[in-house]
Design a protein around this ligand. Structure first.
Ligand code: PLP
Length: 371
């Protein structure tokens, strides 16, 4: 095992459990700041860690702008001291009432949401205005991921005009997330981002020429982060999320990014059901099952092992090295997808200087805190 992951005494650590390596989280945040050039150019997404203590490490380094996907994440960030939060989600149904509740609970906080449909925007604006409140709204642009957003066209222009003209909402700029840009080749990734950047800049000029403010462009995730960070235009806020904890999928695919896995999962062998088989207590309730079975869990101690079954509480591996493990023996796993692995744990161990120094709550794993 890599010495940076060594823990002096693991005897009393439960498995499966996540260990957060605090120094590595800090190094990842500092590398993120270095690439961004300044804290104002960042709006990291907290959905990866969902923990107040990690948000505080970012805030302590001058990062005031943050991104969230749920109201629980918004509350966790606000309670941790974030003063500017973008909920990158379109409020609909009862979430419109929760938008009002956020403005009431944190009146001094800069709060914004996204929109991509005139009817949903109208409902939001009417409810905000009726409550005597207002919220910044960013138009969500579909850059090719086809998950949410409007293409750059008259419809998006008209929606922006709606935001300008309606009471209860104010224009917040553009939301430009490109989760489909996962090109392993860095030049191909750069080219893909550049291909949509020209039209995006022209669209921004069109909005400005209409006399409307475009205060921010919230751009990208981890893979495209260095590309957006290098752009000279004002108002860019990069919003990587995975970066702070990193995982084996990103580590394997984006070798140009110098981030270190900082959340590993401690697991123990519970059985050796065959000569070349070994079973660990890290089921799909401990490490996320959303990547393919072959890349869900990387064991640095058994890099060649082939996963055969992954059930709720068991991971069965086939490997010629199975005999190296007996029940009770432990190892560490680098999750394939760290965001959806962390969210399966209420609490994580925190390591510093090779020792476990405490635990942190994964506060925003719950859907509802107080709002
Ligand atoms: C809207 C939005 N912004 C930012 C991110 C962060 O991207 P990454 O996980 O690649 O850092 C995500 C990830 O899901 C996202 O959905």
């Amino acid at each position: 095992m890599d010495p940076k992951y060594k823990i002096d005494d693991t005897t009393n650590l439960f498995s499966p459990s996540i260990i957060i390596y605090r120094e590595l989280v800090i190094a990842n945040i500092e590398e993120m700041l270095r690439i961004a050039g300044a804290p104002e150019r960042l709006r990291p997404h907290c959905k990866t860690h969902k923990m107040a203590e990690i948000a505080k490490l970012e805030i302590a380094r001058g990062i005031t702008r943050h991104k969230a996907a749920t109201f629980a994440e918004v509350e966790m960030l606000a309670d941790a001291g974030a003063t500017d939060i973008l909920l990158a989600y379109n409020p609909v149904g009862p979430n419109i009432g929760r938008t009002i509740a956020v403005r009431q609970k944190y009146p001094d906080m800069q709060f914004s949401v996204t929109a991509d449909h005139p009817a949903a925007l109208a409902q939001l604006a009417q409810a905000m205005a009726a409550a005597g409140q207002s919220v910044d709204v960013l138009v969500d642009i579909n850059l090719g991921m086809n998950r949410t957003g409007l293409e750059i066209n008259d419809e998006a222009f008209d929606l922006y005009r709606d935001i300008v003209e309606r009471d209860g909402v104010t224009p917040g700029g553009l939301h430009l997330y490109d989760g489909h840009n996962q090109q392993v080749d860095v030049d191909e990734r750069q080219a893909a981002v550049d291909a949509t950047w020209g039209p995006t800049m022209a669209f921004r000029e069109r909005l400005l020429a209409a006399g409307w403010p475009v205060p921010r462009l919230v751009c990208g995730g981890t893979p495209s982060f260095p590309v957006y960070a290098a752009k000279p235009e004002p108002g860019i806020e990069c919003s990587p999320g995975t970066i702070v904890l990193n995982d084996s999928y990103y580590g394997r695919n984006f070798m140009d990014l110098n981030f270190t896995p900082a959340a590993l999962i401690l697991t123990r062998c519970v059985s050796r059901p065959g000569a070349d088989l070994v079973t660990f207590d890290i089921g799909n309730k401990a490490v996320s099952a959303d990547p393919d079975i072959g890349i869900r869990a990387f064991l640095p101690d058994l890099p060649e092992a082939v996963p055969k079954y992954h059930n709720e509480e068991h991971l069965l591996l086939q490997t010629k090295d199975a005999q190296r493990f007996a029940p009770g023996d432990e190892t560490l796993v680098i999750p394939g997808h760290v965001c959806t692995s962390v969210s399966q744990h209420h609490e994580v161990y925190v390591a510093d200087g090779g020792k476990i120094v405490g635990t942190w709550k994964v506060t925003a794993r719950d859907r509802v805190l107080s709002i």
